[in-house]
Design a protein around this ligand. Sequence first.
Ligand SMILES: [Zn+2]
Length: 88
Amino acid sequence: MASTGAGKKKTPDEFCCGDVEAMASEFVDQGLDEPLVVKMHRHLGFCPPCQSFVASFSKTVRLLHAMPRKPAPDGLRQSIMKRTKKRS
Ligand SMILES: [Zn+2]
Protein backbone atom coordinates (compact mmCIF):
# COMPACT_ATOMS: atom_id res chain seq x y z
CA MET A 1 0.00 0.00 0.00
CA ALA A 2 1.18 3.51 -0.65
CA SER A 3 1.98 5.40 2.47
CA THR A 4 -0.01 8.52 3.06
CA GLY A 5 0.52 11.33 5.48
CA ALA A 6 3.85 12.09 7.11
CA GLY A 7 6.39 11.97 4.30
CA LYS A 8 4.05 13.06 1.56
CA LYS A 9 5.08 16.00 -0.52
CA LYS A 10 2.38 18.50 -1.18
CA THR A 11 2.68 21.56 -3.30
CA PRO A 12 0.64 24.43 -1.90
CA ASP A 13 -0.85 25.09 -5.32
CA GLU A 14 -2.36 21.72 -5.93
CA PHE A 15 -5.01 19.78 -4.11
CA CYS A 16 -4.33 16.19 -3.23
CA CYS A 17 -7.11 13.61 -3.12
CA GLY A 18 -7.40 14.10 0.64
CA ASP A 19 -8.10 17.79 0.16
CA VAL A 20 -10.83 17.01 -2.32
CA GLU A 21 -12.41 14.54 0.08
CA ALA A 22 -12.15 16.96 2.98
CA MET A 23 -13.79 19.79 1.10
CA ALA A 24 -16.26 17.83 -0.97
CA SER A 25 -19.26 18.77 1.15
CA GLU A 26 -18.51 22.48 1.07
CA PHE A 27 -17.78 22.21 -2.62
CA VAL A 28 -21.14 20.69 -3.51
CA ASP A 29 -22.91 23.10 -1.15
CA GLN A 30 -21.15 25.95 -2.92
CA GLY A 31 -19.72 27.13 0.37
CA LEU A 32 -16.15 27.01 -0.89
CA ASP A 33 -14.05 30.09 -1.64
CA GLU A 34 -13.45 30.86 -5.29
CA PRO A 35 -9.69 30.05 -5.29
CA LEU A 36 -10.41 26.71 -3.67
CA VAL A 37 -13.11 25.96 -6.21
CA VAL A 38 -10.57 26.61 -8.95
CA LYS A 39 -8.10 24.21 -7.34
CA MET A 40 -10.84 21.68 -6.90
CA HIS A 41 -11.68 21.81 -10.58
CA ARG A 42 -8.02 21.56 -11.51
CA HIS A 43 -7.58 18.43 -9.43
CA LEU A 44 -10.79 16.91 -10.77
CA GLY A 45 -9.49 17.58 -14.26
CA PHE A 46 -6.79 14.96 -13.90
CA CYS A 47 -8.17 12.68 -11.21
CA PRO A 48 -11.05 10.43 -12.30
CA PRO A 49 -11.43 8.77 -8.85
CA CYS A 50 -12.08 12.17 -7.29
CA GLN A 51 -14.43 13.05 -10.11
CA SER A 52 -16.63 10.10 -9.32
CA PHE A 53 -16.27 10.73 -5.60
CA VAL A 54 -17.53 14.30 -5.93
CA ALA A 55 -20.23 13.22 -8.35
CA SER A 56 -21.66 10.62 -6.01
CA PHE A 57 -21.23 13.00 -3.09
CA SER A 58 -23.27 15.72 -4.76
CA LYS A 59 -25.91 13.18 -5.69
CA THR A 60 -26.21 12.13 -2.05
CA VAL A 61 -26.41 15.72 -0.86
CA ARG A 62 -29.11 16.51 -3.39
CA LEU A 63 -31.11 13.50 -2.23
CA LEU A 64 -30.78 14.61 1.38
CA HIS A 65 -31.98 18.10 0.53
CA ALA A 66 -34.89 16.71 -1.44
CA MET A 67 -36.03 14.54 1.42
CA PRO A 68 -39.08 15.97 3.19
CA ARG A 69 -38.62 16.36 6.90
CA LYS A 70 -41.86 14.96 8.08
CA PRO A 71 -42.35 12.10 10.49
CA ALA A 72 -43.31 8.69 9.24
CA PRO A 73 -47.06 8.10 9.04
CA ASP A 74 -48.63 6.69 12.19
CA GLY A 75 -49.44 3.31 10.73
CA LEU A 76 -45.92 2.78 9.55
CA ARG A 77 -44.44 3.91 12.83
CA GLN A 78 -46.66 1.60 14.81
CA SER A 79 -45.84 -1.39 12.71
CA ILE A 80 -42.14 -0.65 13.06
CA MET A 81 -42.49 -0.28 16.84
CA LYS A 82 -44.40 -3.52 17.05
CA ARG A 83 -41.72 -5.24 15.05
CA THR A 84 -38.89 -3.84 17.19
CA LYS A 85 -40.66 -4.65 20.45
CA LYS A 86 -41.29 -8.21 19.48
CA ARG A 87 -38.07 -9.95 20.33
CA SER A 88 -37.90 -13.68 20.72
ZN1 LIG B 1 -7.82 12.95 -6.58
